[in-house]
Unconditional design. Structure first.
Length: 109
């Protein structure tokens, strides 16, 4: 079964909904899951603690490195103090397709 994607396409990139698990032993993208409220999210584990924005900065840096884009192309839109966050990613058509394909591949049960 394919899960819905936690991505919305915008004129200049993507909006991505992410669920962060801080203080993990290993930093990684776990996959797509459905939250209890029905929202699809990309589940990401980070080693940074959830204090003073450390996990937010680590999330931006991790995703930028993972997708080989500048950190300035990833912006936190909402969820500064929550585990579920919405990010804006500036991306051209090729990068939008690459990210959407990767997340789509993770959305299979």
């Amino acid at each position: 079964m394919t899960l819905p994607l936690p991505i919305s396409v915008t004129a200049d990139g993507l909006i991505l909904t992410v669920r962060v698990t801080p203080k993990s032993a290993k930093e990684k993208i776990e996959g797509v899951r459905i939250e209890s409220d029905g929202r699809p999210v990309l589940s990401v584990r980070l080693s940074a603690p959830p204090v003073e924005g450390a996990a937010n900065a680590a999330l931006v840096a991790f995703l930028a490195k993972h997708w080989r884009i500048p950190k300035s192309a990833v912006k936190l839109l909402s969820g500064e103090t929550a585990r579920v966050k919405r990010l804006a990613i500036q991306a051209d058509a090729a990068l939008r397709l690459r990210i959407t394909d990767e997340v789509g591949a993770l959305a299979h049960d």
